[in-house]
Design a protein. Sequence first.
Length: 139
Amino acid sequence: MKKWTAMAGMGLALTATACGSSSPPMGGGSPSATTTAALVTSPQPYGEVIGGRVVINIAELMFQPDEVEIPAGTTAIFTNNDQVPHAVAHAGGPGPKFDSGPIQPGGTYQQIFRDPGTVRIEDSESSDTTMTIKVEEAP
């Protein structure tokens, strides 16, 4: 019985390892966007720019925070920690138009903001959910 329990535990560990995901490489050129379905736990506070990235939480049908200021070239990582799908879409301002499509609960979407100005973001799954990203000239 102990041998079977140990083998079952090893099988679960291997399954958990195989289900992991990795972030796509960051590159230059045109705007970059990706969607992943792995639950992301952010080690950095929501809305704080660290290492060229800012994490924005989606929960309780809101973007958290609902306004951020970032330098041009920052990657925004939108993390859906809600119970329902959400989508991140460009709703006005400078830069290319984008729409993430549905981000499932536990999923993420990344978008690089290169053009200075104020960008309005909305959840295209629920247009009442909005936020503002103020993109400043890079230092």
